[in-house]
Ligand binder design. Structure first.
Ligand SMILES: [Zn+2]
Length: 208
């Protein structure tokens, strides 16, 4: 499924959930995903070492190394969670689609049929390497879609509050940064978006 600026902006700007589906079976899955706010975390290593390598690879604009390190991260994550390995491909400039009052930029995607993750490493306008935080967070986001489908019995892998919580825990654990409790704002259609002001006021919690 494609990640446009709207759903992906999780760690950058927007971070919106989908509105709850109407069909009973899908709604039941959505509610389960929404309620599952934690995820078992793998050991710190080798993930933190790989995260530092990824940081260096992006700083030196080394696409080959970005590809190798992302593959190591995905392979080790799959091993830690005991799931089939998805493939991962690093691409260059983010696809961008623009309308009168909207812009969609693809940061990454995951294809549940082929178990393939793609991440774009260059920004759409300036074509510069994306920041390390954005790339790592997109990798965790797409891997959590994979986990949803192959391990957590969430075949539709909805973007729920629980989904974003699980991605956030994995992301902060891998790069060893403190987690903040996300404060959500509910909209009339049942969807939620992050309230950044209130989220940033909360005290960060350091993961073990
Ligand atoms: Zn997504």
């Amino acid at each position: 499924m494609g990640e446009t600026l709207k759903p992906f902006c999780d760690t950058i700007i927007g971070m919106n959930t989908e509105k709850p589906p109407r069909k009973p079976l899908e709604k039941e899955e959505y509610n389960r995903s929404d309620a599952l706010k934690t995820i078992q975390l793998p050991p710190c290593e080798p993930f933190r070492t790989y995260a530092l390598r990824l940081k260096d690879a992006l700083a030196s604009d080394d696409k080959k190394e970005v590809q190798s390190v992302c593959k190591l991260l995905i392979d080790e994550l799959s091993l830690a969670y005991g799931v089939e390995k998805p493939t991962i491909k690093i691409l260059n400039v983010r696809p961008r689609d623009e309308g009168k009052d909207w812009v969609y930029e693809t940061f990454g995607d995951y294809d549940p049929e082929t178990l393939r993750i793609r991440l774009w490493m260059r920004t759409a306008i300036q074509k510069k390497p994306t920041s390390y935080g954005v790339l790592l967070s997109t990798l965790c986001h797409e891997f959590c879609h994979h986990l949803d489908i192959v391990s957590l019995d969430f075949p539709n892998t909805f973007h729920t509050r629980g989904f974003y919580d699980r991605v956030g825990l994995l992301y902060h654990h891998i790069q060893n940064t403190p987690v903040r409790k996300i404060v959500w704002q509910q909209h009339s259609d049942g969807s939620h978006s992050i309230d950044w002001g209130r989220t940033m006021k909360g005290s960060p919690k350091v993961l073990a």
